[in-house]
Ligand binder design. Structure first.
Ligand SMILES: *Cc1c(COP(=O)(O)O)cnc(C)c1O
Length: 348
């Protein structure tokens, strides 16, 4: 009977705790807590710090909607900052201008896999006693000294299948060196239970699924190799498309040194973005747009009082950004084919 009715259910079982240990080691933090999605990683991180009504949280105006959704979900006010035009990440100057007496946290977003300038951000936040929650949903394995997710008080990851470390469904994790916060997030992901039958918070059921943990444990072993291939692809595009940048028709992302960039996306910018996208589509190449409408122009943020023209860099990027294919499984012939067609479009 014992064998037929295992004491351990597949909920938060060994695969989840093993993945949490291995992921924490990979990121270089003391703890990783598996949750239901990247969005929940952000929501539970904010809640673990007690952030809610009346609090302000600063983040980048060009982020994926979920960052802003998470801030709104806990009842706090998202304070958006236009990103640095060269890196499209949150810079310390914009951050300083957005700080008020109500600022409780900053969420730097390592957009497209590129690290925000973390040392100056951490310095400003330390001076103002503001917590840093990294949105590392696009930056698994990006590192500059430390890895994405190990700079802030909390690091938030998504394992959506499209990300650099993707499960076969939804999943997420929070990384931290703070044992108390890790403990609170373990409670918050599990209906607010401190121990079985003791419910101390009103909280969702948002656990990392065991089947996803099994998948993630295998894929985690390949993450660094896959990211290396992503950087190779980025260097390939940069080389093959450089002449278009010189001609002023296409802007390419910077290639920072070392492993700083995880190249979740290879985001180029062009005034003819929509035509180029259509042309590539007709030639069998899927290029995405990340993202066509920035959060401050979405219906969900209507109550915040933002409008068109408030964040020119984010708005121009929404209008001009195109993501060229950058999956580690792409081979050089496929990359040549992409480049040949991008050239074909501009030389036609
Ligand atoms: C994907 C993503 C999220 C949300 O992750 P989900 O797992 O889809 O909830 C949050 N922030 C950024 C920057 C993302 O790219």
């Amino acid at each position: 009977l014992k064998r037929m009715v295992p004491e351990e259910t597949p909920i938060l079982g060994e695969p989840v705790s093993a993945f949490e240990r291995e992921f924490a080691t990979q990121v270089g933090t003391a703890h990783a807590v598996g949750v239901g999605s990247g969005t929940d990683a952000l929501v539970l991180s904010l809640r673990s710090l007690g952030i809610g009504d009346g609090d302000e949280v600063i983040t980048a105006a060009n982020t994926f909607a979920a960052t802003v959704t998470a801030i709104l979900t806990v009842g706090a006010r998202p304070v958006l900052v236009d990103p640095d035009p060269d890196t499209l990440t949150l810079g310390p100057d914009g951050l300083v201008r957005a700080l008020t007496g109500s600022t409780r946290a900053v969420i730097p977003v390592h957009l497209y896999g590129r690290l925000c300038p973390m040392p100056p951000i951490l310095e400003v936040c330390a001076q103002h006693d503001v917590s840093v929650i990294e949105d590392a949903a696009q930056a698994h394995g990006a590192r500059d000294g430390r890895a994405a997710g190990a700079f802030g008080r909390l690091g938030c990851f998504s394992f959506h299948p499209s990300k650099n470390l993707g499960a076969f469904g939804d999943g997420g994790a929070v990384t931290t060196n703070d044992s108390e916060l890790a403990g609170t997030i373990r409670e918050l992901r599990n209906l607010g239970q401190r121990r079985k039958h003791e419910f101390i918070h009103v909280a969702p059921n948002s656990k990392l699924d065991s089947l996803q943990a099994v998948v993630l444990r295998v894929k985690l072993r390949y993450l660094d190799r896959w990211n290396t291939r992503r950087r190779e692809i980025a260097a390939f595009y940069a080389r093959e498309l450089a002449v278009l940048e010189r001609d002023g028709v296409l802007e390419l992302p910077e290639l920072p040194r070392g492993e700083e960039h995880a190249f979740h996306l290879f985001a180029v910018h062009s005034d003819r973005r929509d035509e180029l996208r259509q042309f590539l589509k007709e030639h069998g190449i899927n290029a995405g747009v990340h993202y066509p409408v920035p959060p401050h122009l979405q219906p969900m943020t209507r109550g915040l009082g933002y409008g068109r023209g408030d964040f020119p860099v984010a708005e121009a990027s929404a209008r001009r950004e195109l993501s060229l294919p950058i999956a580690p499984e792409l081979d050089d012939a496929q990359l040549h084919f992409v480049c040949k067609n991008v050239h074909g479009f501009f030389h036609a």
